[in-house]
Design a protein around this ligand. Structure first.
Ligand SMILES: Cc1cc2nc3c(=O)[nH]c(=O)nc-3n(C[C@H](O)[C@H](O)[C@H](O)COP(=O)(O)O)c2cc1C
Length: 274
């Protein structure tokens, strides 16, 4: 069986977890392949042989859900007869929302039976600019050890004749009040309430760093950056701009994140489900 690890990771923490999974699988003598969804389109994914495969799918949580691009790529995969899967998400200590149950349900629908699932705490990628980013240092040693446990348990399950399946009820870990709030929240809605991302033409040198760092390739230079409608507000353009040409109110964003984290009843810890 081939383990294929698909991930999307604007700020790099999901990529780190995916790399650990890959390493642990290889150390156990399993065949494993890492695929970055930022550089592989639907046609590329459809060209793979998906039979006899365990699909690990990793997404950051954005506004209580997996990133829409990840959900879209997943819906483009062929429906398989007997596949397996392990969805995993990284979240910045606010809430993991519905990302994990939604990914698991979708994977199951496509024929990739979920064997396990996991949510990993990670530095909140909107807080890099403040002196103490939210959940700085995550994923850390506990997450590293959880990945090892997860890989061990998944391998054990696959080696077992009956395989077993994750009971998706286990992913209904949020209280009803929070599940309902998450269901009504989307990245599109949050984005529509945000001020537009604009580069100050007095500072911008049209160097193109923002274009290079955009994981959804939504920036064009004309001659200054124009942000397209598929922007996911990952802020990598802002973060990597050498001229600090984009206005970004780091303290305000940080304070909003702190308030949302306090209002959330979700236990702020990483967790594996099997
Ligand atoms: C636009 C945006 C929305 C986010 N929404 C959430 C959220 O709803 N809950 C949460 O806990 N973290 C949220 N985060 C933080 C990310 O989930 C977290 O930092 C994740 O580890 C980023 O993954 P990456 O490093 O692979 O890009 C958000 C970050 C961004 C940029």
């Amino acid at each position: 069986m081939l383990h294929r690890i698909l991930y999307f990771s604007p700020a790099g923490t999901t990529a780190r977890i995916a790399g650990w999974i890959d390493r642990d699988l290889r150390e156990r003598g399993r065949r494993s392949e890492l695929i970055n969804l930022a550089t592989c389109d639907s046609a590329g994914l459809q060209a793979f042989d998906w039979s006899n495969c365990c699909l690990w799918l990793g997404s950051p949580v954005y506004c209580d859900h997996a990133i829409p691009l990840v959900e879209h790529q997943l819906s483009q995969l062929p429906v398989v007869v007997q596949g397996f899967s392990v969805p995993f998400v990284t979240w910045g200590g606010v809430t993991s929302g519905l990302a994990l149950p939604e990914l698991a349900t979708r994977l199951k629908k496509q024929g990739f039976k979920p064997l396990a699932a996991a949510k990993f705490l990670a530095e909140h990628s909107s807080t890099w600019k403040v002196s103490e980013p939210f959940y700085r240092g995550y994923p850390g040693r506990r997450e590293r050890s959880l990945v090892q446990q997860l890989v061990n348990r998944v391998c054990e399950r696959l080696d077992c004749e009956s395989n077993g399946e994750l009971n998706l009820e286990k992913l209904n870990y949020l209280p009803k009040r929070m599940r309902e709030a998450s269901a009504g929240k989307t990245l599109a809605l949050v984005k529509s309430a945000m001020p537009p991302l604009v580069a100050d033409s007095n500072r911008c040198t049209a160097c193109g760093f923002c274009v290079q760092h955009c994981p959804v390739q939504c920036i064009t230079l004309d001659p200054y950056p124009v942000i397209g409608s598929t922007c996911i507000r990952c802020m990598q353009c802002v973060r990597h701009c050498p001229e600090e040409a984009f206005s970004f109110s780091a303290e305000t964003v940080y304070e909003r994140i702190m308030v949302m984290a306090e209002e959330s009843d979700e236990k702020k810890e990483s967790q594996i489900y099997i």
